[in-house]
Design a protein around this ligand. Structure first.
Ligand code: ATP
Length: 240
């Protein structure tokens, strides 16, 4: 096997610590290009910490990260984002006082100031409501609209690996459908996905594989269909 056979993302033995707290312990994960993986677990299991460590927002206490054939373990968040490791954080990370168009342009900043008007037009075509309100402060958008704005911004950052932390958090059911529709379009276009989602059933139905975390450790790693087919796992982690 040559270097072409390397997965898009390879995490080995990741540990995340906050002072004396071990939020993530010995997590290993490989993602092939185009794969979709759901990260599931109870509150405090370490899901957000895992995404933050991959994005470079919190440091690896242990372990290593390879992405697209290179070692990124010690590289800063902005370099990872520029390489296409894009995190949409819990709570969306929208800048409330900036306008919608300014928020969207933030997504293109990684491309060395070369904003791409055609890409922006595509996002507006997909999200007409953002276009209608483009000069308004982002803080005036509803929660669901802010989530769409965060997804639009992520699209403009040209993700090679898109990491979404609780994209449906706090949204009305109709808005949840809309957000999942957009995510499904992104993955159909070939974007590799790592999805943290409280609605575990929806996440599993969208994804190829699942990782279940408990107290910072991986307790299950298999095809999503295997998890959905198991009454015990469904009872324990899907509340069904
Ligand atoms: P949730 O579903 O509630 O968001 P999670 O699975 O995403 O949970 P994390 O947010 O990664 O879990 O938290 C894992 C553990 O690390 C928890 O015990 C949490 O209290 C702790 N933790 C997270 N962030 C910090 C921090 N900044 N300082 C100290 N402890 C933290």
């Amino acid at each position: 096997m040559g270097p072409m056979a390397e997965p898009l993302l390879e995490v080995r033995h990741l540990a995340v610590h906050y002072g004396g707290i071990e939020a993530v312990c010995d997590l290993s994960l490989q993602l092939e290009e185009g794969e979709k993986v759901a990260l599931i677990g109870a509150n405090g299991a370490g899901k957000s910490s895992t995404l933050k460590a991959l994005a470079g927002v919190v440091p690896f206490a242990q372990g290593s990260l390879r992405f697209d054939g290179r070692d990124w373990t010690r590289r800063p968040a902005w370099q990872r984002a520029r390489a296409g490791l894009i995190l949409v954080p819990e709570g969306r990370g929208v800048f409330p006082r900036l306008s919608i168009v300014e928020n969207l342009q933030m997504g293109q900043m990684g491309q060395m100031g070369h904003s791409d008007p055609a890409a922006l037009e595509k996002v507006y075509a997909r999200f007409p409501r953002l276009y209608e309100r483009r000069t308004q402060a982002a803080g005036t958008l509803s929660g669901g609209e802010q989530q769409l704005l965060a997804l639009g911004r992520a699209l403009l950052a040209r993700p090679r690996l898109l990491m979404l932390d609780e994209p449906s958090m706090g949204l009305a059911p109709q808005r949840v459908d809309e957000v999942f529709e957009v995510i499904a379009e992104m993955v159909q276009a070939g974007t590799t996905l790592l999805l943290v989602e409280q609605n575990a059933r929806r996440a599993l139905e969208l994804c190829d594989r699942a990782l279940i975390l408990e107290s910072g450790r991986v307790v299950f790693s298999d095809r999503a269909a295997v998890c959905l087919a198991s009454p015990a796992l469904r009872a324990a982690y899907l509340g069904e």
